[in-house]
Design a binder for this molecule. Structure first.
Ligand SMILES: Nc1ncnc2c1ncn2[C@@H]1O[C@H](COP(=O)(O)OP(=O)(O)O)[C@@H](O)[C@H]1O
Ligand SMILES: N[C@@H](CC(=O)OP(=O)(O)O)C(=O)O
Length: 413
């Protein structure tokens, strides 16, 4: 069996779903489809949860209206009516009519996971209508996680057992990316952009022949084409290079995706849903690492510097307290560096998390920070590539290892 993952961009409208069906007709007889919410539905559902949690009835109605109209229109266009999603919208409305009875993160997962349920219901019905017999599978009954809402950690043994019991026989199957379930039938999600990871979970448990993630780019490029003009397609990548690129922030693949596939030697193809016959990128067990420098660009970074109040050194006890605070606040560190009396970290400037973290850190440290920064990572760098990216930038911090350099910069333009 092959696993195909289709992200939100590939099914952002009815033309996208028609294109998916064409790809299945030509390339996927024995395939499990792992599909994300359509277009930007997850963002809209996040707005809906916020309005619901804050009791903003008017905003809630407006956002729900937009989400409903969007799906009804695609369903009507593809299937002639919106019956494929009636039940899920009725369930959503029922949820929203009740007073929130659980933590924000649990409510978030109950509601936001429905984006993937809606997309797969429409797509399954469309494939059926086009004489492609398709079995719809509920990922909530297959992917078992712990109770960490919004970042569920997979229970591999139980997940494998269930997947192998329920995903059997040949033919086309479709399930939701991003979604899981903790004990007590409590829906969880795997973290934003987690559908690539879902595809890897299914492939690992099923010993799949391969995974293909269908994207709006020709494959993995040596830089994000949104930021760089002259990108190069990387035709072959080792698992290790792919892990490193994803870890440092190449958003084309979710970082958790690669390891399960590497463990079983399952190849990962990244291909374009716009040019489905082009070969794209293959990630696998190759000898040769990358020969082209790759660039990863993160904007809206904040550099936080901490100094102990009592002039003690930055040592194990301080560091464990600092890491504890970051973990508690759910803030991921993109880069860190320390001297004897200061510790500097660079993180995404998430307005929901960073101010609370800074307030916590101020209890124990003198805190200074510098925002509006960019973090540029170059894998397989040389001085020429560094000089090129530093044009019109002020360099605030630099960290080099054998293959990777990270530069924290302020744009002077
Ligand atoms: N190294 C890279 N190679 C290709 N695309 C990249 C790279 N880094 C970032 N991207 C971005 O990833 C996007 C595709 O990922 P994403 O939008 O998350 O797709 P999906 O919704 O299908 O999961 C591309 O449009 C591109 O802008
Ligand atoms: N829909 C989820 C999961 C996901 O991975 O989506 P996409 O494949 O469109 O990035 C999200 O937006 O976070």
């Amino acid at each position: 069996m092959k696993v195909f993952k289709f992200g939100g961009a590939s099914v952002k409208d009815s033309a996208g779903v028609r294109n998916l069906a064409e790809i299945i007709k030509t390339q996927g007889q024995d395939v499990l489809l792992v599909v994300s919410a359509m277009g930007k539905t997850t963002n809209a559902l996040e707005d809906l949860v916020l309005a619901y949690a804050h009791g903003q009835a008017e905003t809630m109605r407006a956002v729900l209206g937009t989400i409903t109209d969007f799906h009804y229109q695609i369903s009507a266009d593809l299937l002639g009516d919106s019956s494929s999603v009636h039940e899920t919208f009725a369930h959503l409305e029922l949820l929203l009519s009740q007073v929130p009875g659980a933590s924000f993160d649990e409510v978030y997962d109950q509601i936001v996971s429905l984006g993937e349920v809606l997309s797969t219901q429409i797509i399954a019905a469309y494939l059926q209508k086009n004489n492609i017999p398709t079995q719809w599978l509920d990922a909530r009954q297959l992917v078992c996680t712990d109770i960490t809402f919004r970042e569920g950690r997979v229970n591999w043994a139980e997940t494998s057992l269930r997947i192998n019991q329920k995903v059997t026989g040949r033919g086309v199957k479709i399930t939701q990316g991003f979604v899981g379930q903790a004990s007590g039938n409590r829906t969880t999600t795997l973290g934003r952009d987690g559908s690539d990871y879902s595809a890897a979970i299914f492939a690992y448990c099923l010993n799949a022949e391969s995974v293909t993630i269908w994207k709006d780019v020709p494959g993995v490029l040596n830089a994000d084409p949104r930021w760089f003009d002259e990108t190069i397609l990387l035709e072959k990548l080792t698992y290790q290079d792919a892990i490193e690129l994803a870890y440092y922030g190449a958003t084309v693949i979710h970082p958790k995706t690669i390891k399960p596939l590497q463990n079983k030697g399952i190849p990962l193809y990244v291909r374009s849903f716009l040019q489905p016959n082009a070969p794209g990128t293959v990630i696998g067990n190759f000898e040769q690492h990358l020969s082209t420098p790759s660039f990863i660009f993160k904007i809206n970074q904040v550099l936080i510097s901490l100094r102990p109040n009592d002039f003690s050194f930055i040592a194990e006890d301080n560091l464990s307290r600092i890491f504890g605070r970051f973990a508690q606040a759910g803030v991921k560190i993109n880069l860190m560096q320390n001297t004897a009396i200061s510790f500097s970290v660079v993180v995404d400037n998430n307005p929901d998390r960073v101010p609370a973290l800074l307030a916590q850190l101020k209890q124990d440290f003198r805190v200074s920070y510098n925002d509006g920064l960019e973090l540029i990572t170059i894998r397989y760098y040389d001085q020429g590539t560094i000089d090129r990216v530093l044009v019109n930038k002020k360099l605030l911090l630099e960290q080099k290892s054998r293959y990777t350099v990270q530069l924290v910069v302020k744009d002077l333009g």
